[in-house]
Structure formats: structure tokens, C-alpha cells
Design a protein around this ligand. Structure first.
Ligand SMILES: C[S@@+](CC[C@H](N)C(=O)[O-])C[C@H]1O[C@@H](n2cnc3c(N)ncnc32)[C@H](O)[C@@H]1O
Length: 248
């Protein structure tokens, strides 16, 4: 059996973390990756403003919402919205979301940006790695646009050629960066997480502007009413054909 087939088979098996997620009411077993990271990261504090990139089906958001409490705020981005209440969901690709929209939805700069984004894996080791590295690169860019100075960033990375470049970029932007691989990561997986504390103010980027909705064209001047028409017909002054909705 090929390595990829073996991996797919083991992903289908409900392991200890899958069963625990089900019994504890979380949408996915990946919640235990964030929980383990948070034991050391301590980023999700009461009242924090959080952005969760790649939030579907919602287990990281569920944990984050529990930790930040009612005074916190969470905005999640994914191709579809999780069925979890208490957050603001943006059901679009991160490449189509402007960072200004995230700041607007949060009501200010973020304290924490989470990214568990991953493409649909194809089994092509390099292709999956490059696609995931692009998502991680975009997550880092968004983090630098939406985080306050001092904010934190947790980001999934697939091991491969691009990984050390991504870590070097994070090292430049944050005061402290560590790699973590929680126990809940399946042993066949090449994923690990960059955990970054304290965004340097010199690394902040200007947020992308929220697109302005195009102005409504002015409403056309109202046409003559039936009454006008019959009056015009009566007086013999009708010059142009008149239509109304009943006649189209
Ligand atoms: C491992 S799952 C995230 C699991 C989630 N953290 C949880 O705990 O429920 C990876 C997610 O990344 C999302 N994703 C992939 N490409 C994306 C993109 N361009 N923009 C936003 N999300 C994307 C996928 O749709 C998928 O839901």
C-alpha cells in the first residue's frame, strides 16, 4: 500500500481524539491541537479579539470562543461558514477577503490570529506542500495587517522546501517564535505549527481597504401614469409610446 493510501486509511479511523471531540461536543478532533498549543502559548485571554483563518467546521473557533468569553470577539474565514454560534463568519477564500474587512468586523485590531488553513490534499506531496505554504504565507501577511503590536499568531505549516522560509519570515516579524507539534497531530502527517508571540510594531503592514460598494445609479424619473396617459390621449397630445409593467 502506498504511503498516501496508508495515510488516508488512518485518517478515516476514529482515534482517541476523534472520540473525545465527539463526546465533548467539538466539531473536529483538531481542537486538541489548539488546546495543547494554548497550554504553552496563553494567547486566548478573556476579552480578546481573534481572527480564525480556515475556521470550518469550527472546533478551533469553539475553543477560542470559550476562552475569550462574552467580552471577546471572533471573526472566522473559510470557504463555508461553520454551524457554531457566537462569531462573525466570512464564507470566502482568504485570497478574496480584504484585511480591512476583518478589522471592521472585529471592531479594532486583533489580539490573536489563528490559521489552520490547508488545501484539499491531493496526495501529491510537493503540490500539497506548495499550496499549503501559499495559504500560510497569506495568513502571515493578514496577521501583519490586522494584529496590534504585541499580538500573537498560530499557523499550521506542512513540512517541506518552503517551511524554513516561512519560519524565517515569522522570526523577522515577531519577537519570539517556536515550532510545536501537538500530540493530536497524526503521526503520518507532515504538519506542525508556528507559534509566534509579540508582533513587532515595525512589522505591521497597512491593512487592505474595505471595498466600497458602488453607488446605486439614480432612480429613473417616474414615467407618466395611466392617468397622465389617458389625459394625454384625451387631449390628443400623446407623442411617445408609453409602457407600464402590465404591458411588458
Ligand atoms: C484543517 S481544516 C480547519 C479545521 C478547523 N481549524 C477546525 O478546527 O474546525 C482546514 C480548512 O482550511 C480551509 N481553507 C482552504 N483553503 C482556504 C482558503 N483559500 N481560504 C480560507 N480557508 C481555506 C478549508 O476549507 C478547511 O476548512
Amino acid at each position: 500500500m502506498s504511503g498516501w493510501k496508508k495515510r488516508q486509511n488512518s485518517y478515516r479511523k476514529p482515534d482517541h481524539f476523534t472520540k473525545m471531540a465527539k463526546s465533548e461536543g467539538y466539531m473536529a478532533r483538531s481542537v486538541y491541537k489548539l488546546e495543547a498549543i494554548e497550554e504553552r502559548a496563553h494567547m486566548l485571554r478573556g476579552g480578546a479579539k481573534v481572527v480564525d483563518l480556515g475556521c470550518f467546521p469550527g472546533s478551533w473557533s469553539q475553543l477560542a470562543l470559550e476562552r475569550i468569553g462574552p467580552k471577546g470577539r471572533l471573526v472566522g474565514v473559510d470557504l463555508k461558514a461553520p454551524e457554531v454560534i457566537g462569531a462573525h463568519w466570512i464564507p470566502r477564500s482568504i485570497y478574496e477577503v480584504q484585511s480591512g474587512e476583518l478589522i471592521e468586523a472585529l471592531g479594532g485590531l486583533a489580539d490573536v490570529v489563528l490559521s489552520d488553513m490547508a488545501p484539499n490534499t491531493t496526495g501529491t506531496r510537493d503540490g500539497d506542500h506548495y499550496a499549503q505554504a501559499d495559504l500560510a504565507r497569506r495568513a502571515l501577511e493578514v496577521a501583519r495587517m490586522v494584529l496590534r503590536p504585541g499580538g500573537g499568531f498560530i499557523c499550521k505549516i506542512f513540512e517541506g522546501e518552503e517551511a524554513s522560509g516561512l519560519q524565517a519570515a515569522a522570526n523577522l516579524a515577531f519577537k519570539r517564535v517556536k515550532r510545536m507539534r501537538p500530540d493530536a497531530v497524526r503521526k503520518e502527517s507532515r504538519e506542525w505549527f508556528l507559534v509566534c508571540w509579540d508582533l513587532k510594531s515595525s512589522a505591521q503592514l497597512v491593512p487592505e481597504a474595505v471595498p466600497v460598494a458602488p453607488e446605486e445609479p439614480p432612480a429613473p424619473a417616474p414615467g407618466p401614469t395611466r392617468q397622465d396617459r389617458s389625459e394625454a390621449e384625451e387631449s390628443g397630445k400623446r407623442r411617445a409610446p408609453v409602457f407600464d409593467v402590465d404591458e411588458w
